[in-house]
Design a protein around this ligand. Structure first.
Ligand code: S3P
Length: 759
């Protein structure tokens, strides 16, 4: 890419640039430039082959073999990288502008080393200071100067510590000015991308304010803590007992103090207000503790914990986050007793309705998985105080139907379609605007099914051209009007979305469903004493009513139990008792379908808990036969088809599913992804537009399949291992955490040999 690359300062960062540029074929010749006091380091860099030539700024080294003049070093350079501490960059600009004098025929000439055909860039941690230094030296910011900052580093310094992959998958921010050459920006972008960095662009001031918060303040905090503790008399005692947390927290206090003083100086304007805010936060915590206000203290800590998790989920580049692979040894049987985690649909609704209620709602059995936690976080972001979850228990301090506050940022809903669709209805009629975003899968899922009927009610929601998230919602408090809507598809999410919007609309809002779908919203609203009228397939609400806090006991999720219902059915010798499973008739399609196939499932100890039917399910292995799945059961088992396809592959004869086109727009295209995986395992599975035809009873082989990030696909293929003739590897299983984080441990305890590999 560059014939000649010059690097000022071949320390940790400069040396890593040199190594990475060479390893990735980005520069033919690399020249290192340094001060006299850095001579040893430069000599070492040359010995190590990190650089080809060097210039050392002192006469003492005139005789050094590869000594080059400053002018020769810079001549014909395509790119100059200034990788010295920020405080020295101004001097380097000066040296480049009028670096020296030489005499021709006794006449002294000033040399300008700054060349219009070279691109200059730097790696300074503050960017406003670099731009200001250029202005002071040149009188303007040269248009071939592209300021940049790789967000990477280590506490060690010097070329020996340089790493060829220091920038791989790390972020790099370019901060061009309005006059910077766009071609040069593109070249610097390509250069860093070539070294593996993830490049973004922003203006220098924005960069400095962000970095002050996420880098400079934490460094100051680490230095401050160690300074304070170090001066305490009992220091040996304190440090002797310091454990991993202290080490992690104070790691950055081992950084170079000179460099950090420079950074603090350069970004003082941004850092000072942050120190004040942090002092106020500490004073707040001091006050809470002094007043024994442990509830507020808990809320503060709980908010921080979930905010951190949310930021990790949202912003960690997929390349930077761990990928999870399940390795399943074929064979085994499922035996014993288990209680699978709480119902996902009800967990979402418990947060939503508990938040809108007047009074305090206690929830038991809440699903502590990413999807439900995304809803929880969204309501915390709208000012609702929620304690927990601790062992599935939550306390929600309801704010009433009109008590939500405008969220300060967009609401990030991860992988959760239910959160996004239900919230779009609820937020359409609020007195504030909001933005709903999600992960890659959720950002590809259809949202017009909710935004179109909401628009008929007077809502203002913008989507992408494709009708997908982000959703930009302009709150229309008091301006929504009820509609009488007949849903074109059987969707509980659409129904629930319109019910929630209807609670804020003038007049009645009615939704008619073409086939029964889960009715948890209606049941829970009734549990909160909110009037809901049900007339056959039509449900009606109005804005007249309020929610009164009520305790909720969330039963186990039949959709999670389904993996074990199928697993125990297909693995000979299995006998399993699944306790406290929700058997709401709008959810039990999986039991009906498996029974039609010949499964041996007993429904025991039926009871009603908090308005929802619950039972223990005993399942023993049984020979299954293929069936034509009755279409009326499809919406009642909509989430269970991935694992039902596995049951079909084990059943004698043909199983045919139709009328299930909705499967194509779930977390993945579940028809295509399951057919592809089953075919890899040697199963005759033919996808159709709205279902699948599976010839069962043959051998299920081993192999590697991918879940395409879909939790239920990952778990379904794991279950297939019970009947496979060889080991199965399932790729991309991290999203199992969206609905069933305990799956891998539970399935192992019950008898499947599953090893979870994180990489
Ligand atoms: C859900 C409804 C269903 C289901 C989803 C949860 C709900 O989606 O697939 O997992 O909680 O309302 P659709 O309404 O899109 O069918």
């Amino acid at each position: 890419m560059f014939n000649k690359l010059c690097i000022f300062g071949v320390g940790l960062i400069g040396g890593s640039v040199a190594k990475a540029a060479r390893a990735n074929g980005l520069a033919k010749t690399i020249v290192g430039i340094g001060r006299a006091q850095d001579a040893d380091n430069l000599v070492r860099a040359k010995e190590l082959g990190v650089i080809d030539e060097c210039y050392i700024g002192s006469p003492r080294f005139k005789n050094f073999n590869n000594y080059k003049s400053f002018r020769d070093s810079l001549a014909h350079a395509d790119c100059v990288v200034i990788a010295t501490p920020v405080a020295s960059i101004e001097d380097i600009f000066k040296a480049l502008k009028d670096g020296g004098h030489w005499s021709v025929k006794g006449k002294k000439n000033q040399i300008n080393y700054w060349s219009d055909t070279t691109i200059y860039t730097d790696v300074g941690s503050t960017k406003g200071s670099v731009i200001a230094a250029a202005e002071r030296v040149f009188g303007f910011v040269p248009n071939n100067l592209v300021p940049a900052h790789p967000i990477a580093g280590a506490e060690q310094s010097g070329v020996e510590a340089a790493l060829v992959d220091l920038f791989t998958n790390k972020r790099l921010i370019i901060t061009p000015t309005t006059t910077t050459n766009s071609d040069d920006v593109q070249k610097i972008r390509n250069f860093w991308q070539g070294m593996g960095a993830v490049v973004s662009e922003m203006d220098a001031q924005h960069h400095d304010s962000i970095l002050a918060a996420t880098s400079h303040l934490p460094h100051i905090l680490a230095f401050a803590l160690v300074d304070m503790l170090g001066h305490k008399d009992e220091q040996t005692e304190i440090f002797k007992y310091a454990a991993g947390g202290f080490r992690d927290f104070t790691r950055i206090a081992s950084s170079d103090p000179t460099m950090w003083v420079d950074i603090c100086k350069a970004n003082k304007q941004e850092i000072l207000p942050l120190i004040e805010q942090l002092s106020a936060e500490l004073a707040k915590i001091h006050g809470l503790l002094a007043r024994d206000d442990y509830q507020q203290l808990f809320s503060t800590f709980a908010y921080a914990k979930s905010a951190r998790q949310r930021f990790l989920n949202q912003f960690e580049d997929p390349n930077m986050t761990k990928s999870i692979t399940f390795h399943i040894k074929n064979g085994g049987k499922l035996q014993g007793e288990a209680r699978v985690p709480g119902d996902k649909s009800m967990s979402h609704r418990s947060i939503m309705l508990g938040s809108l209620a007047e009074g305090v709602t206690h929830v038991k059995g809440f699903l502590e998985a990413e999807d439900a936690l995304a809803t929880l976080q969204a309501f915390r972001d709208m000012g609702v105080e929620i304690e927990g979850p601790v062992n599935g228990e939550l306390t929600i301090h309801g704010v009433g139907k009109h008590g939500l506050k405008a969220p300060k940022n967009e609401l990030y809903l991860g992988n959760s379609g239910t959160s996004m669709r239900l919230l779009s209805g609820l937020l359409a009629g609020q007195p504030f605007n909001s933005v709903l975003t999600g992960d890659k899968s959720l950002s590809g899922r259809p949202m017009k099914r909710v935004t179109e009927p909401l628009a008929l009610m007077g809502a203002d929601i913008k989507t992408t051209e494709k009708g997908t998230a982000p959703l930009y919602i302009t709150g229309k408090a008091g301006q929504l009007t009820g509609i009488d809507y007949v849903m074109p598809m059987a969707s509980a999410q659409v129904k629930s979305c319109l019910i929630l919007a209807g609670m804020y609309a003038q007049g009645a809002t009615s939704v008619t469903e073409p086939a029964p779908t889960r009715d948890h919203t209606e049941r829970m609203l009734a549990g909160f004493s909110y009037p809901v009228k049900k007339d056959g397939s039509k449900v009606t609400v109005t804005a007249d009513g309020k929610l009164t806090a009520a305790d909720i006991d969330v039963p186990s999720d039949i959709s999670s139990a389904a993996f074990f219902l199928v697993g125990a059915s297909i693995a000979e010798g299995s006998d399993l008792l699944l306790k406290h499973v929700g058997i709401n008739p709008t959810r039990t399609g999986v039991i009906d379908i498996l029974r039609l196939m010949g499964a041996n499932i007993e429904v025991l100890n039926e009871r009603e808990v908090g308005g929802e039917p619950v039972a223990d399910l005993r399942v023993r292995s049984a020979p299954l036969k293929g069936i034509d799945i009755p279409e009326h059961l499809v919406p009642l088992a909509i989430d269970e088809f991935p694992v039902l396809f596995v049951a079909a592959a084990c059943a004698e004869g043909q199983t045919r599913l139709s009328g299930a086109e909705e499967l194509r727009v779930k977390e993945s295209d579940r028809i295509q992804v399951m057919a592809d995986g089953l075919q890899i395992l040697g199963v005759d599975a033919q996808p159709t537009e709205d279902g699948m035809i599976i010839q069962g009873g043959g051998n299920i082989g081993g192999g590697t399949v991918t879940s395409h990030g879909d939790h239920r696909i990952a778990m379904a293929f794991s279950i297939a291992g019970l009947r496979a003739s060889a080991a199965i590897t399932v790729l991309d299983c991290a999203n199992v955490n969206t609905s069933f984080p305990e799956f891998k441990d539970l399935v192992k305890r019950l008898g499947l040999d599953l090893v979870c590999e994180e990489s």
